[in-house]
Design a protein around this ligand. Structure first.
Ligand SMILES: C[S@@+](CC[C@H](N)C(=O)[O-])C[C@H]1O[C@@H](n2cnc3c(N)ncnc32)[C@H](O)[C@@H]1O
Length: 214
């Protein structure tokens, strides 16, 4: 088990908020048509590639995993937080969820047809992102699609409470899409598209579509 301080803090934080996070986010996707469109496009890419298992890495309570499943994708979830995995299994008993970290991803080489990291890379410090992307590339089949969602910006902040005032200690890293795209190219991905969400708001988001180079 990796005992880096930030990983321990992140795991404990999401264990603490798991139940309230699930309650607050369960139906959130309904209010985000662009995110649903991105997930549908990703599902279509997985189908076009012949299908197969798809990893939702940093799945939290599993609502995105379940959404992909409804789109016909053989999705399973991985999360650092055992509390989140307990909630995901409770809410989606027909799906597979496992505890694990994207920094040491326990997936066999070329074993997944697609991989998604949906607002989970936001807690990984810059110096560890190349390691994470190396795992993503290793686990993906050649030409397999990768979907990333993250907060856009230039600063990192320490979040000390959330989801109903529960104590947390997580660093939230905002990044420019170009910076993330550069890391992806260096790790062996081709970046195919980017979607900028809420560019006029104070907290924009981005979704990047990439593909493992063979
Ligand atoms: C903001 S939540 C997003 C959850 C879910 N993807 C969603 O969209 O609702 C961040 C999630 O990333 C997980 N996480 C953070 N660092 C991780 C790591 N190194 N490996 C796997 N999961 C991680 C957290 O436990 C948490 O469940």
């Amino acid at each position: 088990m990796n005992t880096d301080g930030w990983l321990v803090d992140t795991r404990i934080s999401y264990d603490t908020v798991a139940v309230s996070y699930a309650d607050q986010l369960r139906d959130a996707l309904a209010g985000y048509p662009y995110l649903r469109a991105a997930l549908s496009l990703f599902a279509g890419m997985v189908h076009a590639g012949g299908g197969g298992p798809v990893a939702d890495v940093g799945c939290g309570p599993g609502h995105i995993t379940a959404h992909l499943h409804e789109l016909g994708v053989d999705a399973f979830g991985v999360d650092l937080s055992p509390g989140m995995i307990d909630v995901a299994r409770r809410d989606h008993p027909g799906l597979r969820f496992e505890v694990g970290s994207m920094t040491d991803l326990d997936l066999a080489d070329a074993s997944v047809a697609g991989l998604l990291a949906w607002w989970s890379l936001i807690h990984v410090p810059d110096d560890t992102v190349p390691t994470v992307f190396g795992h993503f590339r290793r686990a993906l089949r050649p030409d397999g699609p990768l979907l990333l969602g993250f907060h856009v910006g230039d600063e990192s902040r320490l979040k000390t409470q959330g989801y109903g005032g529960h104590p947390m200690r997580v660093h939230v890293h905002r990044r420019q899409p170009g910076q993330v795209a550069g890391w992806l190219r260096d790790a062996g991905f081709t970046v195919e598209a980017q979607l900028l969400l809420d560019p006029d708001e104070s907290a924009p988001g981005a979704v990047l579509f990439a593909r493992r180079r063979s």
